[in-house]
Design a binder for this molecule. Structure first.
Ligand code: DAH
Length: 342
């Protein structure tokens, strides 16, 4: 084919292909295909050398015209396609920055956690620091180190979940007392929140799983008066300055003397109601002077040091405080219940 015909054919082919080209990417390839170093336009230049010397200037001009024409087609189309592509992308990705956001529903703290935080806030403010102990512990830390006689009924399989003859789920946070006395030297002034487990029948008032906070203070010259004053102060801060308290003698192997502390029923103010079982009083904690045997077990000399300890159940407190009819509600995760504690 004559070179001039080839030029025309190429122009025609290019225009046909250009019509089919929709994206800037395809257009770039089309440009490379026709105008690249090994493309047909470059080939024409090579072929030009084989033509008659007389025709060459004229044909060379035609080829150059073709080249410029194809280039300007490409550039114009590219600008048009790019702006179309941008419009499309803009339409696709458009967002209304003035739309109001979607409301995120925040969770809230569990009522037991709320109660625990209140208690810890007060005790930390009174100079106690927080110590944690293991939920799974040995018989020694849960019982023996706390002066439980080998045949004490609390060791009975009825009350304790044993994992092996020596390993158990702690039945109270008092185990932390033993750990702390082993690793710290007096003065010791700590509180220990945590989970406890007891193998009991689940009912409205008792559960196999609950929480306690334990407290211990050991130093030289700590007296029963210190214990009473600290409990008064703590309870006043927790339930309100004016709440009346009552200290009753009681028995726990790890304290001597031991006592239980009651407060005037916060619901009926002592008149007698369902919550206080018509006694006018609510039992809120157990306490006492740390038994000399417990100190000795931890190599603390009871002739030099004395101390007091106390422990209380968080669910029990929350039940009284919020007037909750059934302890099982804490673990059922019913939002209608939980949402009431904001
Ligand atoms: N550990 C006891 C219980 O679970 C509570 C208790 C009573 C803790 C007297 C004490 C204490 O530290 O001195 O019922």
């Amino acid at each position: 084919m004559a070179l001039s015909d080839q030029i025309e054919t190429l122009r025609f082919q290019f225009i046909e292909e250009l019509k089919e080209t929709r994206s800037s990417k395809d257009l770039e390839s089309l440009k490379v295909k026709y105008l690249g170093k090994k493309g047909p336009v470059a080939n024409l230049m090579v072929e030009l050398k084989t033509c008659d010397a007389g025709e060459r200037p004229q044909l060379g001009k035609l080829i150059n015209q073709l080249k410029e024409e194809l280039e300007s087609h490409c550039d114009n189309s590219l600008a048009r396609i790019k702006s179309q592509e941008f419009e499309a992308q803009f339409a696709r990705e458009w967002l209304d920055a003035s739309l109001p956001g979607r409301r995120q529903n925040l969770g809230r703290t569990h009522p037991v956690t709320q109660m625990l935080q209140r208690i810890l806030d007060i005790l930390i403010g009174m100079g106690f620091s927080v110590q944690l102990g293991p939920d799974v512990d040995t018989d020694y830390y849960n019982f023996e180190g706390l002066n439980f006689a080998a045949d004490h009924p609390a060791r009975d399989m009825q009350d304790t979940f044993y994992l092996s003859p020596d390993l158990l789920l702690r039945t109270h946070t008092s185990n932390v007392q033993v750990h702390v006395m082993e690793k710290m030297a007096p003065p010791i002034r700590i509180v220990a929140p945590g989970r406890c487990f007891r193998n009991e029948n689940i009912s409205a008032r008792s559960h196999v799983f609950f929480h306690q906070v334990e407290g211990v203070y050991i130093d030289q010259g700590v007296t029963f008066a210190d214990l009473m004053a600290t409990m008064e102060e703590f309870i006043g801060k927790l339930l309100g300055e004016k709440v009346e308290t009552r200290f009753r003698p009681s028995y726990f192997p790890f304290v001597e003397p031991g006592l239980e502390v009651d407060v005037r029923c916060t619901r009926c103010r002592g008149q007698g109601c369902r919550i206080c079982k018509h006694t006018g009083w609510l039992e809120i904690l157990g306490a006492g002077m740390v038994h000399p045997n417990v100190l000795k077990n931890a190599n603390i000399d009871p002739e030099i040091y004395t101390g007091y300890a106390w422990g209380m159940g968080i669910e029990r407190l929350a039940i009284n405080f919020y007037d909750i009819p059934d302890i099982r509600m804490f673990t059922e995760n019913d939002l209608r219940f939980l949402e009431q504690f904001s």
